[in-house]
Design a binder for this molecule. Structure first.
Ligand code: SOE
Length: 382
């Protein structure tokens, strides 16, 4: 009989429950415990989400039956918690960014390697079937030599001066915001799909709201409209709402990305356009079941996600027939399927198909160089 893999999830904000939902869709995996900052909150969330056991972090680590821990807490906790999980000899899936400094991420990569335990970072957007389709098409020569890359990742959840979240506080989130939070996904996809490495960056940031109005009382997400002016405190903001970065790649080609968390109407839109010598690709995460393939000598193509139309190497990421749309929650499921196959085998795969701590470190490195470039207003090498 196949043994059930037992998981715990640390953090129950936006993304913890998304991990839970995805894990519930994978056979032979059971989320047995939820972890929160205090026992009362852990109990409340466990009840709400239908999980039998609730702990604070240290008590969860002592549970010998828990095989794998998902870290879904604010960024500043990722390093200490991932380290403690590895030291407790449990596999670990960590949210991005892997840490808030390069040194921390390097230590985690070293530790993970020494233990041989499965380590993964939740760069889930790689798992849209059409993203892998672009990668496989490129590997098969259907893109040709990469000429240029143009990406953007736009959101509007921090559009208003009254929009507030822990990500606006550098001690919790890190020195960079838009680049670390959403630019990291876009840069990860850029290197993943093209197989190229970014060698130099030139960045220009802007903070649209130099001050924001922080609610003085705890509010449930989306209930901010109930507050009056007296309920806010004005605080200064020193992380970027918007950034543009010019990129140079190791094949000599060039590109750029723009990220913004203050673009009205763009809810969560990653867009990437890659121009090659054979064809061009465009993918937009708000229409994830489609891939535009640009042609010069014949009509352009619009590929719809369909297990019989994508390349064979992509079909494992497609769970439903054509026309049955798959989206954001499916990306985590597909990522976890690959990670849990390694967990079932008991160790990190030799050539993991999933994003690892090394990929998390790579994104921190690029992110740090981008921050440095913005400060110096100059090109910086990776
Ligand atoms: C918030 O900006 C956020 O939830 C990111 O943290 C995620 O990684 C991205 O998927 C959507 O937006």
């Amino acid at each position: 009989m196949t043994q059930t893999i037992k998981a715990a999830i640390v953090g129950t904000g936006f993304i913890g429950p998304a991990h839970l939902e995805a894990l519930r869709r994978i056979p032979n995996v059971e989320v047995v415990a939820l972890v929160e900052v205090n026992q009362a909150l852990a109990d409340e969330k466990a009840k709400l989400l239908g999980i039998s056991r609730a702990y604070i972090f240290e008590d969860m680590l002592k549970q010998s039956d828990i095989d794998v821990v998902h870290i879904c807490t604010p960024n500043f906790l990722h390093f200490s918690q991932a380290k403690a999980v590895l030291e407790a000899e449990k596999h670990v899936v960590c949210e991005k960014p892997l840490a808030i400094s390069l040194e921390e991420a390097e230590e985690l990569v070293r530790l993970a390697k020494a233990t041989g335990l499965v380590n993964a970072v939740h760069f889930n957007l790689r798992y849209y079937p059409m993203v892998r389709q672009m990668k496989v098409m490129r590997e098969k020569g259907e893109l040709g030599e990469v000429y240029s890359i143009m990406g953007s990742y736009l959101q509007d959840w921090l559009f208003l001066q009254t929009d507030y979240n822990w990500r606006l506080e550098p001690d919790k989130s890190g020195e960079s915001r838009a680049i670390a939070d959403i630019g990291s996904h876009l840069l990860d996809i850029t290197e993943y799909v093209t197989g190229l490495k970014i060698t130099e960056v030139m960045a220009d940031f802007s903070t649209v709201h130099k001050t924001r109005l922080k609610p003085l009382k705890t509010i449930e997400t989306y209930s901010g409209k109930m507050l009056t002016p007296a309920d806010y405190q004005e605080v200064s903001i020193n992380t970027e709402d918007h950034a543009t970065v010019l990129l140079r790649f190791d094949n000599g080609s060039k590109g750029s990305i723009t990220v913004s968390q203050v673009n009205a109407g763009r809810k969560n839109r990653l867009n990437i356009e890659i121009a090659g010598s054979v064809s061009a690709f465009e993918f937009n995460s708000e229409r994830p079941n489609e891939l535009w393939i640009g042609k010069r000598e014949k009509a352009n193509e619009q590929l719809m996600k369909d297990p019989s139309l994508v390349h064979r190497e992509v079909s494992s990421l497609v769970s439903f027939p054509g026309g049955h749309n798959e989206g954001f929650p499916d990306t985590s499921k597909q990522l976890f399927k690959e990670v849990y196959a390694a967990i079932a085998a008991g160790k990190q795969s030799e050539h993991p198909s999933y994003p690892t701590f090394a990929d998390g470190l790579r994104e921190l490195l690029i992110g740090e160089r981008i921050v440095e470039s913005n400060k110096k207003q100059a090109w910086v090498s990776i």
